[in-house]
Ligand binder design. Structure first.
Ligand code: NAP
Length: 519
């Protein structure tokens, strides 16, 4: 089983031992000691390793050229590693380039013990300018050294690059550590367990990452349920750009846990170029061993996913022109839209009416993207008069044309007259929390202002609306409703919406509001 390795970097030996002990106590399955930044007397570290021989230690003195802080010679590095690791059962990590060049580094690793499965050597390579051209050549060079485990870490440009890491883990299994660095590759760290790699690295605490994109030990064990994952785990994910603000990983992993379903939900950051999302779906389809069960789709890919799925999207998604849910069954991907009725029901509940009352409620919609299409489709189905304001007039006109409603110039939005205002643009979404799509004095007289954003829970728009006496609604209720429908499509189970809403409210209660306090 892949090991969850907490990577500890400290400049003081006592602090390092303390941080390592905390990581073991918190559930780390191996600990890497990054001695490249360590000053002072190294003897206490060696003593600590000898006193804890049953733990899997990895000793790394990472050179500056490969992302570490060691600037000495190979001879100095060999001495440093020997000082900490010799006469212990620890494993050492040495960069392949230095291993091949410097015999003094090769001498410090004793021959692997045939009788023991304990690892003694990791050979590693780090590429910060993207994936190497021939990753398997590098791995094969490392694995040619008897007893070595190969580690390749490279910066991922988006989720597509992460597939290079998953392919390596699938091909080499326990003999490899493949890391797609950066936020765009963090999903591959989570799948290391499923794919049976040697292990993956995490930070002992949220602010102590030793490489870009490292998740914390708490997140790996808690949010992503590392200990529950295995080779049978099904994979679901959020396709979007950005994805880091999303509550979806928190909610879906919570539900998988609650229902005892062997699955994990991961963020998949995919470049804005609309071709990339299609290529990613194709690449996943070519890798059945990833066992992708489905995706949520968010900004800006909903329309591109619909184009990619074509007739494999259901009637509602096709008539809306956007897919926010993909289900994969027996290798076939089918698209749905759960935003539409989630938005309509959330709105009706907030106004205190039912769908039959909609013809008497005029609505102004800001934006003409996927979410706008979903709610306008639902509002028009139940007879609401709707006016669409969008910065791209052709999109506003096309949307109005499709759903037989009105459109108006974006600049004219302060003169809006509807009873309800709905923001479907990302303006005001974290981290740009001071922005609002409407001047405050244009909100007076609105019966309800509905901002589809849920992070922050009160956007600048909603705060301005409250200030002039409007009722407000954020996107959290809609989010929970559409996610509940997604979960039911993927698993056949229906979670409790009230419990989910309260769970997420507590998760985001510490988010900064536009006023700088918790909201
Ligand atoms: P989308 O397809 O990318 O559409 C975004 C729309 O906003 C487009 O019309 C875009 O105009 C417009 N826009 C973006 N930036 C703008 C700016 N600075 N000024 C004026 N207009 C701007 O995204 P989406 O999927 O519809 O999502 C939109 C928002 O709704 C996001 O914040 C998303 O998180 C939220 N949402 C929430 C839920 C929920 O469950 N609560 C569900 C879905 C979406 P152009 O076309 O000209 O770029």
């Amino acid at each position: 089983m892949a090991l969850l390795i907490a990577s500890v970097s400290e400049s003081d030996p006592t602090q390092m031992i303390r941080a390592a002990d905390a990581a073991w106590a918190d559930g780390a399955e191996a600990v890497e000691l990054r001695i490249d930044a360590l000053g002072g007397n190294l003897a206490p570290i060696a003593d600590h390793l000898r006193a804890n021989p049953d733990r899997q230690w990895i000793i790394t003195c990472r050179s500056a050229e490969e992302g570490g802080r060691f600037n000495g010679t190979a001879t100095e590095k060999a001495a440093r590693l020997r000082q900490v690791a010799s006469d212990t059962r620890a494993c050492v990590d040495i960069e392949l380039a230095e291993w091949e060049q410097h015999p003094q580094l090769r001498e410090i690793v004793s021959a692997p013990e045939e009788s023991s499965d304990r690892l003694r050597l990791i050979l590693s390579a780090h590429r910060f300018d993207g994936p190497p051209e021939q990753p398997t050549n590098l791995i094969d060079r490392m694995l040619a050294v008897p007893g070595a485990v190969a580690k390749l870490a490279f910066t991922a440009g988006d989720a597509m690059d992460g597939l290079i890491a998953t392919d390596l883990m699938q091909q080499y299994g326990r003999r490899v550590i493949a890391v797609a660095m950066g936020d765009d590759g963090l999903w591959t760290r989570i799948l290391a367990k499923k794919l049976g790699a040697f292990g993956t690295f995490c930070s002992p605490a949220p602010d102590t990452a030793t490489a870009p994109g490292q998740l914390s030990l708490t997140d790996m064990l808690g949010r992503f349920r590392w200990k529950r994952l295995d080779w049978e785990t099904r994979v679901f994910g959020l396709i979007g750009n950005p994805v880091s603000h999303s509550l979806s990983p928190i909610l879906f992993n919570h539900w998988f846990d609650q229902f005892g379903i062997n699955a994990v939900y991961i963020p998949l950051h995919i470049g804005r170029d609309s071709d990339r999302v299609g290529r990613f779906l194709d690449a996943c389809a070519q890798r059945p061993w990833l066992e992708m069960g489905g995706f949520s789709v968010t900004v800006p890919h909903k329309e591109a996913v619909l184009r990619r799925l074509g007739d494999s999207a259901d009637y509602l998604a096709r008539s809306i022109g956007a897919v926010n849910t993909v289900c994969i069954q027996d290798g076939e991907a089918v698209g749905y839209n759960t935003d539409c009725y989630a938005a309509v029901d959330s709105l009706a509940t907030a106004i205190g009416c039912d769908r039959a009352d909609f013809p008497g409620i005029s609505v102004d919609v800001l934006g003409a993207g996927g979410a706008a299409r979903a709610i306008v489709a639902g509002l028009r189905e139940f007879g609401c008069p709707v006016t669409v304001y969008a910065r791209t007039p052709e999109k506003a006109a096309a949307l109005a044309d499709t759903f037989t409603c009105s459109s108006a110039q974006w600049e004219d939005r302060p003169r809006r007259q509807g009873m309800v205002l709905i923001n479907t643009t990302p303006i005001g979404m974290w981290p740009e929390t001071d922005a609002s799509p409407m001047p405050p004095d244009a909100l007076a007289g609105c019966r309800l202002v509905f901002d589809m954003i849920y992070r922050p829970n009160k956007t600048r728009l909603l705060l301005d609306a409250e200030a002039v006496g409007c009722k407000t609604l954020n996107g959290l209720d809609m989010f929970v409703r559409q996610a509940t429908m997604q979960f039911a499509l993927w698993t056949g189970r229906t979670p409790d919406r009230g419990e989910a809403f309260a769970f997420l409210e507590s998760e985001i209660s510490g988010d900064p509001s536009p006023h700088g306090s918790s909201g």
